[in-house]
Write a protein that binds this ligand. Structure first.
Ligand code: MIC
Ligand code: SF4
Length: 781
């Protein structure tokens, strides 16, 4: 797995110019035809979506593009590119292999970023990862080479920063097996997070299906104050929209405030749109986009994009009368915006910094910081790190020191090389900052910390995007707060959450008082540095071999492996399995995919369905006893963990049901959260509401996602219930189903009752249920 040698003389790109020429010729030809057909003003979201519709007639196009179908109608889309990260690519590629295809049908890439455990520093941690994950990396590399995908070895960078630097281009439609794929919206690409099975559709040349999103227009006016950055815009917006306010919507930004934001700053905002459940987020193309294209050595793309700006921005009439074209409009005045800090335990608890100390005291959250962390796909660009560097050199000059350990992960190998050449790296290290690998690390629980006991109450502040329980270090008592990189750095200098670092007087060792001044930033590196760093193929990048050499590449999955397992066949559809199903768990409150299929130490089983299934719903709270991971086995009366009960059901051939609360399955794209229950015999999940990607993942895996027609019926599900769907055979689009609840609890036995459940399956999705999974449907047609 040797990376290519660095050669500053070369100018090479992972995407060649003929690809760019073809892309824009195709898109612009479609655009010209589209504009002839649809004469009303269009938002940018509509333009990019319509350019990628898989339609076969003008009438079909007219129906699909009618705004009244937004939020209800499903559309078939032909994306331009697929990106996958190592923790989700394993299942996606295992499914792709099952399809029997010889090569991927569109440009696709695999990025090794999630499986690197952060412990000491980049070099140490990468070496360990290369040993402990060898089998998985070899599988991903050989599968990529065999089927024609680009492969980025560990250390190459985090999928979304790498995509922004190399793959994302204005007007493109990208799908990625990671919920933060919308990061590329900063580059005016419409990028959507999906489950692995959706990526497989695109990779086997099937159109990929998406519920047509509604569009929220966010108007930005004014300019950011010096302590504010792009992150504060999305932290504020998360507070406005909440974790489910963006579901089935694209968030499209416009207004003069946009022009003050850099491409990477916009990417930060789009990235965290995932935290409000948005299908995607998007910025228009402008001079800042161009600057980033030049700074990543993609001048060739600018030759096209510069001339087709009307295709890459919303029409003027949309901007002039937004309320007529967006489904809703939110306005944020950047001049009035304060830095925000969100959390703990949910990314939408947004508190302005000036009120934060009081908030922490009122809630009695741990005040002393145990660590501060900068990085993740959200905030690890050169510009982010330049602001951190500015603060740290200021602190150094003032004789201030870190009051809490500060950890920093650059977003990509190129960002790492740039900060090294600028001397930032040395400043960080001299100041005591630990530099971690260019990877996800503590953002996904891949953090082996030994400074805090596994179960002790503590607080950390990070520049990441998610802060669900156990997310960073596996400890449910770690309170995780989210802020911009410079605010995280400022808190590392004061060490405590009950101090406002922007107003507090800080003392050096001689007792001289100091006040922090706002950081300066560098939007992009100098062209000489750009030439050097982007002048050769990036370290860690492996293009696939030419097609004629691929068929001889063998892919091995050791049958005794703990890490990889060929996918088992699904049991055929059987209507009787939907009768007398037992309850696995009735979940109360927040149940993210982290609660359903925990990350951290479990990431190592992402390619092994039976092993990872041992964590099923370990983080979910049982509504009957308000306890995490403790449910009654209705057959034995014993209390068990959820995975144990699920395995009991599997061994005894008992079909089962999961009952969820609001926004069930929010957060990540991991399809394991659907494959695991499927593997253990769950047939339906009935919830008050679902997060978009998870609901699709359930359908793809042949599970039936249902919602209570009357949300109060959630209260009717009892602990010993068996649940039947007598009318399962009449499952059809738009028709509710009847659920028969047999209340078996002996004391006192209550009469059975029926409730109504809705579903959102269309005819095609019903065929997935009838064929036991979407993949089976594809393989049998
Ligand atoms: C996340 O941030 O939650 C992850 C880990 O990147 C996930 C993907 C996964 O679970 O592998 C995501 O965002 O989709
Ligand atoms: Fe990785 Fe964290 Fe970004 Fe997910 S959110 S891709 S875990 S850095």
């Amino acid at each position: 797995m040797e990376a290519q040698a660095h050669n500053p003389q070369q100018t090479m790109s992972v995407v060649d110019s003929s690809y760019i020429d073809d892309l824009y010729t195709r898109l612009y030809t479609r655009y010209a035809a589209l504009k002839k057909r649809i004469t009303r003003p269009l938002t940018l979201t509509e333009k990019i979506l319509y350019l990628h519709l898989d339609t076969h007639s003008d009438t079909e196009l007219d129906t699909l593009t009618s705004p009244r179908h937004r939020g209800t109608q499903f559309a078939y889309i032909r994306p331009d590119r697929v990106i996958m990260q190592d923790a989700t690519a394993q299942m996606a590629l295992l499914q792709f292999i099952k399809s029997g295809k010889e090569e991927v049908a569109l440009p696709s890439s695999v990025h090794c970023d999630h499986l690197i455990l952060a412990k000491l520093n980049a070099l140490h941690d990468l070496n360990v990862a290369n040993t402990t994950n060898r089998e998985v990396y070899e599988f991903l590399q050989s599968t990529s080479a065999r089927y024609g995908l680009d492969y980025w070895q560990p250390g190459g960078g985090i999928i979304h920063q790498v995509t922004l630097e190399h793959y994302a281009l204005p007007g493109m439609l990208i799908i990625g097996t990671d919920s933060h794929t919308p990061n590329a919206g900063g580059m005016a690409s419409l990028a959507i997070g999906v489950g692995g099975a959706d990526a497989v559709d695109a990779m086997i040349d099937m159109p990929w299906e998406l519920k047509f999103p509604r569009i929220i227009g966010v108007k930005l006016t004014g300019t950011l104050s010096p302590w504010c950055s792009a992150k504060d815009i999305i932290l504020k917006l998360s507070g406005i929209l909440s974790v489910k306010g963006g579901t089935d919507h694209v968030i499209e930004y416009f207004g003069e405030g946009v022009s003050h934001l850099s491409c990477t700053g916009r990417a930060t905002i789009c990235n965290m749109g995932a935290e409000v459940g948005a299908t995607s987020s998007l910025f228009p193309y402008d001079i800042a986009t161009e600057r980033f294209l030049y700074a990543s050595k993609r001048a060739h793309a600018v030759e096209h994009t510069h001339n087709i700006q009307d295709m890459l921005t919303a029409d003027t009439r949309v901007i002039d009368s937004p309320a007529d074209y967006y489904d809703s409009v939110i306005e944020i005045h950047l001049d009035d915006l304060e830095p925000h800090i969100n959390g703990p335990y949910s990314p939408d608890i947004a508190t302005p910094l000036s009120r934060f100390a009081d908030f922490v005291k009122e809630k009695n959250y741990p005040r002393t910081l145990s660590s501060a962390l900068i990085g993740s796909c959200t905030n690890s660009s050169f510009q982010d790190l330049s602001r951190v560097h500015s603060l740290i050199s200021q602190a150094q000059k003032k004789g201030l020191t870190l009051k809490t350990p500060l950890w920093l992960s650059p977003g990509s190998e190129n960002v790492y090389q740039i900060i090294k050449m600028y001397g930032y790296l040395k400043t960080f290290q001299d100041f005591g900052v630990t530099i971690l690998a260019n990877a996800c690390g503590p953002c996904i629980g891949q953090w082996q910390r030994d400074d805090v006991d596994a179960q002790s109450k503590n607080s950390v502040i990070t520049s990441f995007n998610r802060n669900f329980a156990k997310r960073t270090d596996g400890n449910p008592l770690t309170h995780m707060f989210i802020a911009s990189p410079e605010i995280v750095c400022a808190y590392a200098l004061v060490g405590s959450l009950d101090i406002n670092p922007l107003t507090e007087v800080l003392y050096d060792q001689k007792g001289t008082p100091h006040q922090l001044e706002p950081p300066q930033d560098e939007e992009l590196p100098d062209s000489e540095i750009v030439d050097f760093v982007f002048g050769s193929l990036p370290k860690g990048y492996h293009a696939p071999p030419p097609p004629e050499q691929r068929s001889s590449i063998s892919i091995t999955i050791n049958p005794d492996s703990e890490r990889l397992q060929a996918l088992p066949d699904y049991l055929p559809y059987d209507p009787s399995a939907y009768q007398n199903m037992s309850l696995l768990i009735k979940v109360s409150g927040k149940c993210t995919t982290d609660h359903i299929s925990m990350a951290g130490p479990w990431l190592k089983y992402r390619g092994h369905l039976s092993n990872i299934s041992k964590n099923l719903l370990m983080g979910a709270t049982n509504a009957f006893n308000n306890t995490v991971n403790l449910v009654v086995n209705p057959y034995t009366g014993r209390m068990q963990s959820v995975p144990d009960l699920a395995h009991y059901y599997k061994e005894h051939n008992i079909a089962s049901v999961i009952v969820g609360d609001h926004n069930y399955g929010e957060g990540s794209s991991r399809e394991h959260a659907a494959m695991q229950p499927r593997f253990l015999g769950v047939r339906i999940v009935i919830a008050r509401s679902f997060a978009r990607i998870h609901e699709t993942n359930l359908k793809k895996q042949g599970l039936l996602p249902l919602t209570f027609a009357n949300p109060d019926d959630y209260a009717h599900i009892q602990e010993y219930d068996t649940i039947s769907i007598p009318d399962i055979e009449s499952l059809s689009p738009g028709t509710p189903l009847t659920l028969y609840l047999d209340h078996n609890h002996p004391h006192p036995k209550q009469p059975a009752e029926t409730i109504t459940a809705n579903h959102s399956l269309n005819a095609q999705q019903i065929s997935w249920i009838r064929n036991s999974s979407a993949l089976n449907t594809v393989c049998t047609t």
